[in-house]
Design a protein around this ligand. Structure first.
Ligand code: CMP
Length: 141
């Protein structure tokens, strides 16, 4: 078993799709191990997406991610990172396989309903970004 981080993004929360997305993730075999609702500040969203700082969509992405509450969560199952990326589908919902979260719930390439870590190393960093040691350690006991 291992863990990854997902975020139900502000578009999906605002349009009332969060519950259906959580159900979809559970049906795909993930266990929700920690979850919170938060509203990112600009500095936080900028830091989370720092790897995209030079991309043309960076400012829009930060504006979108700070536009309303989002729901970060720790998900667990075997091979969690790869399985979650398969479950959510391609970045652009027009290219996402049928039945994936983005094909079902995303609006477009930016407002794409959900984020998932892209490696075990980034999953560890992204879990630490949203959840304190105590919240994560609490999972073990
Ligand atoms: P995510 O998986 O959270 O990682 C980076 C995000 O940047 C991505 O989902 C999209 O929301 C956004 N993104 C990636 N590519 C583009 C693009 N070409 N135009 C607009 N937004 C993008």
């Amino acid at each position: 078993m291992n863990r990854t981080l997902a975020i139900v993004k502000p578009d999906a929360v605002a349009s009332g799709k969060a519950g259906r997305i959580l159900a979809h993730l559970e049906e795909a075999g993930f266990t929700i191990r920690a979850l919170k609702m938060t509203h990112l500040r600009e500095t936080e969203a900028g830091r989370f997406y720092a790897v995209h700082r030079e991309r043309p969509f960076y400012q829009d992405l930060v504006a979108f991610m700070t536009s309303g509450p989002c729901i970060p969560m720790i998900l667990e199952r075997e091979n969690a990172v790869a399985h979650l990326r398969e479950t959510i589908g391609a970045t652009d919902p027009a290219e996402a396989s049928p039945g994936t979260v983005r094909a079902l719930f995303a609006e477009n390439k930016e407002r794409n309903a959900i984020h998932a870590s892209d490696s075990d190393e980034n999953a560890r960093g992204e879990v630490a970004f949203f959840f304190s040691d105590q919240e994560v350690l609490g999972l073990e006991g």
